[in-house]
Design a binder for this molecule. Structure first.
Ligand SMILES: C[S@@+](CC[C@H](N)C(=O)[O-])C[C@H]1O[C@@H](n2cnc3c(N)ncnc32)[C@H](O)[C@@H]1O
Length: 387
């Protein structure tokens, strides 16, 4: 086996607390005989063992261990645990491959192939002339129909739209029906989203939290995404918000124990993320407030966060938690940015914007929810999340 400089094997160090016994030496010799030396071998220097690994059939390793008496297989058992604790490997012909498995996945001539594919939908020429957000609307909750309110804003003045629209589930909202005919629902929603696109800066982002109405077989998250793509926004990605709420314990199986029509259940919602014109957002690095450890976790597109628990307290039936808004804002916008929520409900987006040092505009059609949002904002402390 070649040396580690050229990364032809993965090295695992196994410290020894006592000198090797005769039986353990036998177990090591057995291991080295059993596996081809180019796949795996054990090297001992008296104080520690080095396992050099390229690939391994784990069943073979288990079989080898079971061939030894209990007393003699302890060392191999320890090695097996070390090997199993390696998280990064590929699978080839039933073996775990520890080295070079991702090298093979690389695409040759990537740039040329990307050029052949082109950009498809994303060729739209949005104006790059970003404007200041009007002071009269800054840090406000406005009660009204978003379609009307947003028309009063200039184009290209918002950094981030973060929102969750009414889902048309039939919820009891204070001032608007939530069981509209689907075509009328999407027509209205898309008109408001078109206004969001217009007011969004070049390089700005739209993040929409959606829960599809699975029981009506309406994939709202796909339909909303398709609309943004049709309008030329860049689909940056999709985040799965795992709520772990097994409220769906109810016995709606569709067809019980039969493939005739099983009913699928979900414990998650989606966040669809779009960019206007450019994937890159302008902003000062000093105004980035996402911590390194958080960044590492959050770029994995599955966020496990508990749903909002205070909906009764705030008198709103469909809120998202502050934790969700905080992640989205810190990952996709800078401090000082202007965040718009055209369906602000009980004000969660505005509250989090205030706590993270951003500016906001929240709009909701219900005077009752707007009042709640104002009250929450009064008690929200600026920089509350800062350590
Ligand atoms: C899913 S809720 C948003 C809840 C919010 N994310 C929170 O955490 O409190 C959707 C909100 O949209 C509001 N709404 C519905 N149609 C609207 C419209 N045309 N303009 C403004 N708000 C509207 C509803 O009153 C409702 O509060």
């Amino acid at each position: 086996m070649a040396n580690q400089q050229d990364q032809s094997y993965k090295s695992i160090q196994v410290p020894l607390s006592t000198p090797l016994t005769e039986e353990e030496r036998g177990a090591i010799a057995g291991f080295n005989e059993h596996f081809h030396h180019s796949d795996a071998c054990i090297v001992s220097n008296g104080v520690s063992l080095e396992v050099r690994l390229r690939e391994m059939d784990m069943n073979e390793l288990d079989r080898l261990i079971s061939n030894f008496d209990k007393g003699n297989n302890f060392l191999l058992q320890k090695i097996s645990e070390e090997v199993r604790s390696i998280g990064n490997f590929g699978i080839r012909s039933g073996k775990r491959v520890f080295v070079g498995y991702n090298r093979e996945r690389k695409v040759k001539n990537r740039a040329k192939k990307e050029a052949n594919r082109g950009k498809y939908y994303y060729a739209k020429d949005f104006s790059k002339q970003n404007k200041s957000f009007p002071e009269a609307y800054e840090n406000k909750i406005i009660c009204g129909d978003s379609l009307e309110v947003l028309k009063k804003l200039p184009s290209n003045c918002v950094d981030l739209v973060f929102t969750s629209p009414p889902y048309n589930f039939g919820l009891d909202y204070a001032d608007n029906p939530d069981d509209v005919n689907w075509s009328a629902y999407f027509d209205t929603l898309f008109e408001i989203f078109d206004e969001c696109i217009r007011v969004l800066k070049y390089g700005g982002r739209i993040v929409v939290n959606v829960q599809p109405l699975f029981s009506d077989y309406i994939p709202s998250h796909h339909m909303i995404s398709a609309h943004f793509i049709k309008r030329g926004l860049i689909w940056k990605g999709e985040i799965l918000w795992e709520k772990n709420n097994y409220n769906c314990k109810y016995t709606a199986w569709g067809s019980w124990k039969s493939p005739s029509n099983p009913y699928l259940k979900y414990t998650w919602e989606f966040l669809e993320v779009f960019c206007k014109g450019s994937l890159k957002k302008e902003g000062d690095k000093e105004n980035a407030d996402v911590l390194g450890d958080d960044f590492k976790k959050w770029v994995y597109g599955k966020w496990s966060l508990a749903p909002e628990r205070s909906m009764k307290e705030y008198g709103h039936p469909a809120m998202f938690p502050e934790s969700l808004a905080k992640r989205a804002m810190q990952l996709f916008s800078f401090q000082g940015d202007l965040v718009l929520d055209p369906f602000v409900g009980a004000g969660t987006t505005a509250v989090v914007a205030k706590k993270t040092g951003r500016r906001w505009l929240g709009v909701d059609i219900s005077p009752e929810y707007c009042e709640t949002a104002e009250k929450r904002l009064l008690s929200a402390v600026d920089s509350d999340y800062l350590i």
